[in-house]
Design a protein around this ligand. Structure first.
Ligand code: 5RP
Ligand code: FE2
Length: 222
């Protein structure tokens, strides 16, 4: 999607203190984070409900970083324009939730957003062969979607490598984003496997010094 040499860090607001969202956004604005990751859960595609359009609209007004919206919802095609109006800049839908994935990607692009497709841990990378050329981003779920604070599933490292080969062999511009259970211990291996973007919720927002943790995730210790 963009020429970049350092890893993009996208803190996930899911792990922030919801009573003090403004503080969390100011921290992200002042940090070396590149994006803000926003997780939308509908209680149907995943067994949890997070936050939705009104929250993203307000967050977008205050957030100076790129808004990376991860839709864990059924029938996401019904809400593409709503999320664009709320301030989404990258909009990621789950392959498992889309019957007409190509049409949904076209819809996202027609509204001026970057389009991402997310894969659950059990969904093979090979299912992307006929869509990879149209994507700006692929999100590899490294936990089962629905909750923050879960443990990284090790076999997803192999999927990141498979996706990297697919991206390189097809000349796709898609960035590889990895989401779930990322911490300071596993981040180097995830980057080594081919990740361009690391999502980190608990590791950033539950740390004593979130700004330093963001730098450390990038491999630049303060
Ligand atoms: O999509 C998600 C969960 O479905 C979140 O982005 C992810 O879990 C981030 O949280 P953590 O870094 O705490 O695992
Ligand atoms: Fe996410």
């Amino acid at each position: 999607m963009t020429d970049q040499h350092t890893t993009i860090i996208a803190p996930s607001l899911l792990a922030a203190d919801f009573l003090h969202l403004a503080d969390a956004i100011q921290m992200v604005n002042k940090s070396e984070a590149d994006w803000l990751h926003l997780d939308v859960m509908d209680g149907r595609f995943v067994p949890n409900i997070s936050y939705g359009l009104p929250v993203i609209e307000q967050v977008s007004k205050a957030c100076k970083k790129l808004r990376d919206v991860h839709l864990m919802i059924e029938e996401p095609h019904l809400y593409i324009e709503d999320f664009q109006k709320a301030g989404a800049q990258v909009l990621t839908v789950h392959l498992e939730a889309c019957v007409h994935l190509h049409r949904t990607v076209q819809q996202i692009h027609s509204l001026g957003m970057k389009a991402g497709v997310a894969l659950n841990p059990h969904t093979p990378v090979s299912l992307l062969v006929d869509i990879i050329g149209d994507l700006d981003l692929v999100l590899i779920m490294s936990v089962n979607p629905g909750f923050g604070g879960q443990k990284f599933i090790p076999h997803t490292l192999k999927k990141i490598m498979e996706l990297k080969s697919l991206v390189q062999s097809t000349g796709s511009k898609a960035l590889i984003e990895v989401d779930g259970g990322i911490n300071l211990e596993n981040a180097p291996a995830v980057i080594q496997a081919g990740a361009d973007v690391l999502v980190a919720g608990s590791t950033v927002f539950h740390s004593k010094d979130p700004k330093s943790t963001i730098l450390a995730l990038k491999g630049q210790v303060l």
